[in-house]
Design a binder for this molecule. Sequence first.
Ligand code: SF4
Ligand code: SF4
Length: 256
Amino acid sequence: MKPKVGFYELTGCAGEMLHILNMEDILIDVFSKIDLVEFRIASSVKRPERVDIAFVEGSVTTEENLEALKSIREKSDVLVAIGDCAVWGGIQASTTGEDWKTLMKEVYGVEENYFRFLGEHKSLSECVKVDYELPGCPIEQDEFVRLFIELLEGIEPKIKDYPVCVECKIKEIPCLIVEKREPCLGPISVGGCKARCPYYGTPCIGCRGPVREEANVAGEVSTLVEKGWRKEDIVKRMELFAKRYKDIEKLVEVKK
Ligand code: SF4
Ligand code: SF4
């Protein structure tokens, strides 16, 4: 029997789902190996049944999201968070700490909680047990395919946790901090994108989120300060994708 797989969306732009659908060359091959239970933007099929693997995109932003996520968790053997919103709360989480009524007023002109907003944008792992997390904004297609096949084959997936700088060095790209004094977040951002931005001469803004175990935030800040950048501007740049990082206190400390 083919494994049952579901793709689910919470609050986000559906970018991960689109990115998966855009794998045109291999999509049919990959999907012929599974029994698709739900994938909203790909199929009208929606079977509310137990799945072997659930891929979930988006942050937990509303009560509806939270209820949906708990239900998905209950009926899934393996739950995979895909994309920055699911893994880190996404760009929307950069508003963490701000008053939601003020935000509602600024964006929608009202203070009523129409969307049953929770008051913050949480990652999936803050709400339920998550088995694997695939970062990216959007995810890398090759990483997704690899993880998908590993799960189908019963192989324990290995999720990357090294900085973008490693891939930068492999590709022999001149360092933008050293050569051009650019505020590159490569030293604290998790690799896997093959240093896409530095490759095109653009500093990394950390869209894959921080390296989990060894992100040297203080080192990154002091290096950039030495290069003439203001602490508050560096921290603001980091907070775009990393506001819910466990070491956020370090970012706050360096603000002072
Ligand atoms: S350009 Fe950025 S990612 Fe590349 S080595 Fe320098 S700091 Fe690291
Ligand atoms: S270099 Fe940085 S900003 Fe660019 S894709 Fe990679 S992690 Fe994202």
